[in-house]
Design a protein around this ligand. Structure first.
Ligand SMILES: C[S@@+](CC[C@H](N)C(=O)[O-])C[C@H]1O[C@@H](n2cnc3c(N)ncnc32)[C@H](O)[C@@H]1O
Length: 222
């Protein structure tokens, strides 16, 4: 990917003034939007894949072309490593010959996450690498931490890793995580030796600073 990507700009100066209210409202209500048919089909594929008796599950949500999913499949050879993306075009782009522990699903995370939880499926680790930032203040609810599905995220995996080239996205996510009752996640700069994803490559080639957040869920503490 070329190195001509511009840094994120926003009309927000800091954490969105309505974020706490939005997160607390979502925490005290249930997200009831019906699950779409194509996501039910994708979930059936996931169930069939998980039947093969893996050590556990690694989720790579919003995986784009699946470059990071491929890397994770090599890193966790005994785990089922599942990439989810809504874009069929992106998922097909790498022309991968997938290893047997990798499964790419075309679907919407908000539905597949809910289906996993409803069926008792949990991941050992959850990666969310470079989700769309939606930097305009008016688009808060399109960011994952402003979405009604957000309160379910800590139930899905004990550790969630989020990366972005927009630090404020991570700061907001961290506050939202804390307002759900978990400890405030650590945020640091992320300087990989080799990029994990296409967007990570593009941002690095453009000289942008990258950030990583690791969020631990108290739902998994014994
Ligand atoms: C900025 S790209 C990052 C892709 C990849 N993680 C990377 O770093 O190269 C964001 C990705 O999120 C996907 N996406 C956005 N909303 C989604 C949703 N609700 N469910 C699944 N995928 C979604 C898009 O199709 C896109 O591929």
């Amino acid at each position: 990917m070329s190195g001509n990507s511009r840094a994120v700009t926003s009309n927000q100066k800091g954490v969105h003034e309505r974020l706490e209210e939005v997160v607390l409202r979502h925490r005290s209500s249930s997200y009831l939007k019906p699950v779409r048919e194509h996501n039910l089909k994708a979930f059936e594929r996931l169930q069939a894949f998980l039947d093969k008796g893996w050590q556990g599950l690694i989720l790579d949500s919003c995986c784009g072309t699946g470059q990071s999913t491929l890397r994770l499949a090599a890193q966790f050879p005994g785990h089922a490593v599942v990439g989810i993306d809504q874009s069929e075009a992106r998922l097909g782009r790498e022309g991968l010959t997938p290893p047997s522990n990798l499964c790419l699903l075309r679907g919407n995370c908000e539905d597949l996450w809910r289906l996993c939880l409803q069926h008792g499926i949990r991941a050992d680790r959850h990666y969310l690498l470079y989700p769309n930032p939606y930097p305009k203040s008016v688009h808060l609810k399109r960011r994952w931490h402003g979405h009604p599905v957000f309160p379910l995220l800590p139930q899905l995996a004990p550790v969630t890793e989020l990366r972005s080239n927009w630090r404020l996205y991570l700061e907001e996510f961290a506050w939202a995580w804390k307002w759900l009752g978990h400890s405030f996640p650590a945020i640091g700069e992320w300087r990989p030796q080799t990029p994990w994803t296409r967007f990570e490559s593009k941002y690095l080639a453009s000289g942008q600073t990258l950030f990583r957040l690791q969020a631990y869920s108290s739902d998994f503490e014994s």
